[in-house]
Design a protein around this ligand. Sequence first.
Ligand SMILES: Nc1nc2c(c(=O)[nH]1)N[C@H]1C(S)=C(S)[C@@H](COP(=O)(O)OP(=O)(O)OC[C@H]3O[C@@H](n4cnc5c(=O)[nH]c(N)nc54)[C@H](O)[C@@H]3O)O[C@H]1N2
Ligand SMILES: Nc1nc2c(c(=O)[nH]1)N[C@H]1C(S)=C(S)[C@@H](COP(=O)(O)OP(=O)(O)OC[C@H]3O[C@@H](n4cnc5c(=O)[nH]c(N)nc54)[C@H](O)[C@@H]3O)O[C@H]1N2
Ligand SMILES: [Mo]
Length: 807
Amino acid sequence: MGTPAPFEPHSSAASQRAAGVQPRDGEPAVSTKDEIAPASAPRYKPYNGAAAGWGALQSVTRFWLGSGNALKNIRTLLKTNQNGGFDCPGCAWGESPEDGMVKFCENGAKAVNWEATKRRVDASFFARHSVTSLLEQSDYWLEYQGRLTEPMVYDAANDRYKPIAWDDAFALIARHLNGLESPDQAEFYTSGRASNEAAYLYQLFVRAFGTNNFPDCSNMCHEASGVALSQSIGVGKGTVTFEDFEHADAIFVWGQNPGTNHPRMLEPLREAVERGAQVVCVNPLKERGLERFQHPQHPLEMLTNGDRPTNTAFFRPALGGDMAIARGMAKFLLQWERDAQAAGKPPVFDHEFLNAHTAAVQEYLAAVDATTWEHIVEQSGLPLIEIERAARMYAKGTKVIMCWAMGITQHRHSVPTIQELSNLMLLRGNIGRPGAGLCPVRGHSNVQGDRTMGINERPPVFLLDAIEKRFGFEVPRQQGHNVVEAIHAMLEGRAKVFIALGGNFAQATPDSPRTAQALRNCDLTVQISTKLNRSHLMHGKEALILPCLGRTDIDRQAEGPQAVTVEDSFSMVHASFGQLQPLSALQRSEPAIIAGIASATLGPRPMDWQWLIGDYQRIRELIADTIPGFTDFNTKLNHPGGFYLGNTAGARRWNTASGRANFKANALPADLLHDKVHETGVVPDLILQTLRSHDQYNTTIYSLDDRYRGVRGQREVVFANEADIIRLGYQPGQKVDMISVWADGHERRVSGFTLLPFDIPAGQAAAYYPETNPLVPLESTGDGSSTPTSKFVAIRFERARDNARIL
Ligand SMILES: Nc1nc2c(c(=O)[nH]1)N[C@H]1C(S)=C(S)[C@@H](COP(=O)(O)OP(=O)(O)OC[C@H]3O[C@@H](n4cnc5c(=O)[nH]c(N)nc54)[C@H](O)[C@@H]3O)O[C@H]1N2
Ligand SMILES: Nc1nc2c(c(=O)[nH]1)N[C@H]1C(S)=C(S)[C@@H](COP(=O)(O)OP(=O)(O)OC[C@H]3O[C@@H](n4cnc5c(=O)[nH]c(N)nc54)[C@H](O)[C@@H]3O)O[C@H]1N2
Ligand SMILES: [Mo]
């Protein structure tokens, strides 16, 4: 496909709204006291630079200056991921514990600056804006206003939030919780930034209160990885460590965009290419970070504006085609194994490993035989010769790592897809060997730790037993609600109280209007947050906003400043010390807020909550008593770089019912399109994946730009293949509505999205999350994972009402 011509739309109503400059009924456009979130003019022009490098430095500088706290934030940034500093609140990528380098990346810098702003959202802000008027503002504008600085309660008479004393807020929560007919009528959401200490305290309180209703962001994220790997290899986490990347001779990166979402991963990828290892990317989009990388900390490379490749092969599948690719690779391996046997050559499979460590390989190989090449090619979207090439690259490696992220986990058949990756790795003994293993690259900086601490609606029995034994209360044993189940429960009035430890539930979840209704049905919604977001505005009959400290803030308790701990994608646990004076004396730490709610609701049961939070070492002692791998927690933390939690599968111990690593003989889906799509009788125009721009952190929008994809000043865009745009009767730059194809009587539509011609395989479209979440049906979820299928939404286009050609 040719390079798309640059075009610059007129400043559209949507972008103006995004920039927060449009007038609202009865109020001035933007009060002079509020910040207007700056935005560049909408523009679309291919970006030719490498990932990171100068582009990143320019961008970071802009954010530094924009935070209003430039000098302080530079000092803060230098403490990122350093011993004695704080853990980057960005992603969950790990660090080499030995490395002394300054470890931050462009997007980590943005995350720090965003949190460490001087701007404040206080009582006077809420006095100026009704909730209805705030609902008109974009997500970008809402968070841009600054940090929440005092507890607020919704005042229905004025449609405004007004200040409330902390103790009154806790009493209000306690009254609602204790007034429920059953503890299962409350939902306790967690987002993955919560520290181990906060998460542990939260699950202890909620279980003492009497429910396992723990919907959490993981349900929308790597849930499928946890479910699939627990069944296959007996542990729901990745098996590799940071050092393994230095020894691998092949690294596969499936459905992941590390240049934006895990930028510190680019360095090991580029190093792997330099030492002659294969780096094989499987992604429909040629994401820039998977192509070229300019190291911001290599002076020569920066001065010469040079860069290095980050892959040795790139395969571009159909959306949801990865299981078919992996199955095809396995089918080639099986063919070569049989050829080798017949010719008396060395085997392709690792028979010693298969015999000693695995179960059900014969059933699996029968399933491979039963899968036809036609089915594999049709579903993968790749010609057979490319699948063969991928299989050769895999078979050549003696130490292979497979990484993946949301391109794999947000499909209906994600669990079988991940199990197929595991099958492929088991065939050649690539699990539990140095330089090899499975690596689900996690999202939020402590999402993995939160699960380890017991944020789990389907808790393992050993955890419940340990809590019961340690604290002497009867723990709830029945399964709780995940995110989708929680939304249904609130919609149907079965849940009446919603409490969120972080996150932005209203925007992160699917089927936005239904989720909003679910929250509005509640008697009470409570948001423990750092910044204003839409979830504060989609509230229950009564509502609280409780402002908390972030990872960068100094957390002072009775016994002095406290550290918290987090776990990264490589099961490394380390301490994090806040560095900045909190913006307001009224902000409280997450553990302190949980303790406040718990004391008010349960009294000193099962512990004196206030005493516990006086020194977080006391919480860590409880963790040590109840969570495997944390014995001597407080002592182990003294080790620079933290400590390794251990991984049973990584040590070739298999925590499965069979006591072995299980091959899983899943069939390829007969058809990727759901029955609910077929039932409509409509042939979808395209299949849409919803993804992240370079300037966002989930629902937090840092700017309206997406540098590597060439987009500036706008987010309401849809990337499509130029040939598809023409075939469907449109022209590049036109505006369309997108409508989901799904037979259940609900219309799901987003309006006025600009069609951008893009290098994307035919039949596919891509658009940003969260703007496209109204298109994802609540019932379209992963089998076994219940994760919304955010990477596979059947859509059709309609001409937008405002369809001026804007080329
Ligand atoms: N700066 C920044 N960092 C972040 C985040 C952020 O929003 N901003 N979010 C954090 C979180 S919570 C998470 S979970 C991670 C997310 O990290 P990613 O998973 O990298 O995030 P996405 O933007 O959803 O990108 C998905 C990638 O998968 C590809 N893809 C989509 N569908 C398919 C498919 O069917 N097959 C294949 N092979 N590829 C596919 C897309 O083209 C895209 O490159 O990042 C974390 N880090
Ligand atoms: N369509 C579509 N939907 C998706 C996805 C997708 O790819 N496509 N991705 C899914 C994924 S992978 C994830 S993880 C979820 C993310 O879902 P969430 O984790 O719920 O959303 P975030 O946008 O990360 O939450 C941002 C808010 O968290 C609060 N916050 C920030 N830092 C802190 C802190 O330190 N403490 C507290 N208490 N609050 C804090 C701020 O108020 C901020 O507004 O979204 C999911 N939704
Ligand atoms: Mo995530």
